[in-house]
Ligand binder design. Structure first.
Ligand code: CAA
Ligand code: NAI
Length: 696
């Protein structure tokens, strides 16, 4: 046997237990252990039936993702599952925790399934650019039909054991000790029963095909450009149309096609990058402080969103605003979010009241004297922020953590308004703060380790993805955005329309193009920043006036009905505006520029090169600790398509030497903007890439 799988006996029942912490992943030793244990239990004449169960807090949560990309040793998972299904003695899978991916496929191959009532089951492979490759696409629809099977496989989200039970995927639920209940269940079963032989769901082929057609529509819009969802659709169709063995062979070939694609490499990278971003030196050196209450200063867009995120995580919030009218608006901003959820049926009035009971509003800073942490989200003006921090310094208890949600301002300039700068960090949320997953945790020099660790603890509590950022203008995300934004402006002046650029970006996989994004955020924000930066701008730098000219007309984007696009009658999606094209043409003419055509691929090459080159600078200066942190920031805060792994992973797969030679070509046109980062030069010279830096 193997240390990771044990075989024991309770009366006439063999109990096979998988013990491979933390998630009982189905690595080689587990697969081999399962195989050997089944063989042994089947050969043992005193065994009547078999239970497969996970030790610790979960049934296996999937294949061992770390093995992907290496040469997998036999037995492979599909063979193990076939061995389970072909066992002559009944096998009962006993599920608890998160029975995911290959783990749930083990359960589907078993003859019976019993689950703890609070277990969750799912097939999340699509999140890794893969499909369930061990029979899941063939067995699950045979048991529950195409609709639920496709929902689970395409969303990648787990469902509750209760839902799985009512869909026929689980035979029995228990609130009692799972092991005891599973053994009892196994004692009662008489015969083997194989999912592959189930045909219930095929009785209504029309409903099956309708479900596939509906899912196809969803995939073509919301998952456009992704290989795995398309393959899942094909496999589920094969489950209806082909005998099991043929469907399974098709599934296996499709799995390997996905596994060898750049998309799965990108998504597997994103999976580990997301987990690595929470591992920072400060959190390893210090424990977080007590965090049982939160103050939020400012109840506008961000203050209200942060408040909702905190309330949703069960933290009581005291919100401070300037005056009675502003705090009433602040409260209304918070309530609006919950009212929308009630209207959509996602929360009840009672649930809303229970959450709002954790909220209190005030105009008196003294009401913050007992809170454990405060987040400031007032106007983006240094004088206003310094005034707020002076007040906070007077009232907050000494062990409280003080944080600012500033987008760009140097945290040192804010914290120096207090007598305790080491207690001040940046907590940069993204809008809408209750929905966007990214939280940049800005760590100024000298920040107390436990203050930083508390920021990470807040992120965990709010289920955000935290990234540590150094204290440099725009931190990681906005600083890099600034660069590729300028690159887009250059292309626009040189001949590409904003709509050409947005089309290319959309096709690459972003949810929207950069100009549509500017319109959504409000063009006035960038205009204010550019005006503020004007006195210190390098005169040698190329400056594009087009966005300023648009703003001068009072067109600030969606909120004014016009920006780069037109939004007639409050439309949420803009239409191209010929007058904007005239503004652009006039600017080109005034500067005497000759224009050229940009193909979609050239637009993307330049856009990504600007992103990656600045990413290198951010790394070189230590603003990001590792390339994968830039990937996480871009994916969770800026809509970078996850299936491309993030800009730095994309660059590795594209080829750093090729990207550098593109940059050197652009440098001929504009040596100020396109100066290759010394880090990029060094990596190419030493034949290393960003993955090497991640490992280092
Ligand atoms: N393989 C290898 N390592 C895994 C893993 C897996 N399937 N799942 C989790 N881990 C690791 C994580 O990387 C993490 O490691 P570190 O502590 O070193 O960072 C550790 O286990 C704990 O993971 P989380 O921090 O995510 O723990 P959690 O309690 O928040 O979540 C979980 C647990 C819900 C299981 C979550 O880890 C998860 O969703 N895992 C992925 C599940 C998955 O995608 N399964 C399908 C795999 S593909 C497959 O099975 C293909 C097939 O058909 C053959
Ligand atoms: P907003 O204008 O919607 O809200 C600011 C709020 O602060 C207003 O309600 C105002 O009454 C209040 N306020 C001003 N002075 C105050 C004071 N002295 N005491 C108490 N309250 C005061 O602004 P928004 O968009 O919420 O931005 C807030 C901060 O968050 C800014 O620093 C901004 O840069 C940052 N940010 C904004 C993002 C966005 O997309 N809007 C994204 C990430 C960060």
């Amino acid at each position: 046997m193997s240390a990771q799988v044990t075989l024991s006996k309770v009366r006439s029942i063999a109990v096979i237990e998988v013990n491979n912490p933390p998630v009982n992943a189905l690595g080689h030793a587990v697969r081999k252990g399962l195989w050997d244990s089944i063989e042994a239990a089947e050969a043992d004449n005193t065994v009547k039936a078999i239970v497969v169960i996970g030790a610790g807090h979960t049934f296996p949560a999937g294949a061992d993702i770390k093995e992907f990309g290496t040469v997998m040793q036999q037995p492979h998972l599909p063979e193990v599952i076939d061995r389970i299904e072909n066992c002559k003695k009944p096998i009962v899978a006993a599920l608890h925790g998160t029975a995911l991916g290959g783990g749930f496929e083990v359960a589907l191959g078993s003859h019976y399934r019993i689950a703890s009532a609070d277990a969750r089951i799912g097939l999340p492979e699509v999140n890794l650019g893969l499909l369930p490759g061990a029979g899941g696409t063939q067995r699950m629809p045979r048991l529950c039909g195409a609709k639920l099977a496709l929902d689970v496989m395409l969303s990648g989200k787990p469902i509750s054991a209760t839902k799985a039970h009512s869909a026929g995927l689980i035979d029995s639920l228990t609130e009692d000790d799972l092991r005891v209940a599973a053994i009892k269940f196994a004692e009662d079963v008489q015969e083997v029963r194989r999912s592959r032989d189930e045909t219930k769901c095929m009785l209504n082929a029309e409903a099956y095909r309708d479900a596939v057609a509906e899912a196809k529509k969803m995939v073509s819009t919301r998952m456009r450009g992704q290989l795995a969802p398309t393959k899942i659709l094909e496999c589920v169709t094969a489950a209806l149309e082909k005998p099991f063995a043929e469907g399974r062979a098709f599934e296996r070939a499709s799995f390997f096609e996905c596994l060898s694609s750049k998309q799965s490499k990108g998504m597997i990278h994103a999976f580990f990058a997301e987990r690595a971003s929470a591992k920072v030196p400060e959190a390893s050196r210090a424990k977080p402080r007590k965090l049982e209450s939160l103050g939020v200063v400012g109840g506008g867009t961000m203050g209200a969103g942060i408040t909702v995120a905190a309330l949703d995580s069960g933290l009581p919030v005291t919100m401070i605003e300037r005056d009675a009218e502003s705090i009433a608006r602040g409260r209304a901003n918070v309530e609006k979010v919950y009212d929308r959820l009630v209207a959509k049926g996602r929360k009840t009035e009672n649930q809303k009241s229970a959450v709002m009971a954790l909220y209190s509003g005030s105009t008196d800073y003294n009401d913050l004297s007992n809170v454990d942490m405060v987040i400031e989200a007032v106007f983006e003006r240094l004088d206003v922020k310094r005034e707020v921090f002076e007040q906070l310094d007077k009232v907050m208890k000494p062990e409280a953590v003080l944080a600012s949600n500033t987008s760009y301002i140097d945290i040192d300039l804010i914290s120096s308004a207090t007598s305790r700068p080491s207690q001040v960090v940046g907590l940069h949320f993204f809008s809408p703060a209750n929905i966007m997953k990214l939280l940049e945790i800005v760590v100024p020099k000298g920040a107390a380790d436990d203050a930083v660790a508390t920021g990470f603890a807040l992120a965990k509590r709010m289920r955000k993805v935290p990234v540590r950022a150094g204290n440099s203008g725009g931190f990681i995300g906005n600083r890099i955005l600034g660069k590729y934004g300028i690159c887009a402006a250059h292309m626009m002046e040189d001949g590409a329309s904003p709509y050409d650029i947005d089309d290319a970006i959309f096709e690459f996989g972003y949810p929207m193009g950069i100009h549509a994004m500017y319109d959504l955020a409000g063009l006035d924000i960038g205009w204010d920043n550019r005006k503020a930066a004007a006195p210190t701008r390098d005169p040698a730098e190329r400056y594009v006036d087009i966005a300023d000219k648009i703003c001068e007309r009072g067109w600030f984007g969606q909120k004014t009905g016009r920006g780069f696009y037109r939004y007639p009658n409050g439309a949420r999606v803009g239409t191209p505006d010929p007058e904007v094209l005239e503004i652009i043409q006039a600017e080109r003419k005034q500067k005497g520029l000759t224009t050229k055509k940009f193909s979609k691929s050239e637009i993307i090459e330049r856009y990504l090169a600007a992103m990656v080159n600045e990413g290198c600078e951010v790394l070189r200066e230590g603003v990001a600790l590792k390339p994968s942190d830039i990937d996480v920031t871009s994916i969770f805060g800026y809509g970078f398509p996850r299936h491309r792994g993030g800009p730095m992973k994309y660059a590795d797969m594209y080829g750093l030497d090729k990207m550098l030679s593109n940059i050197q070509k652009y440098e001929q046109e504009d040596p100020v903007f396109w100066r290759p980062s010394p880090l990029l030069l060094e990596l190419v010279k030493t034949k290393r890439n960003f993955d090497d830096l991640n490992k280092g």
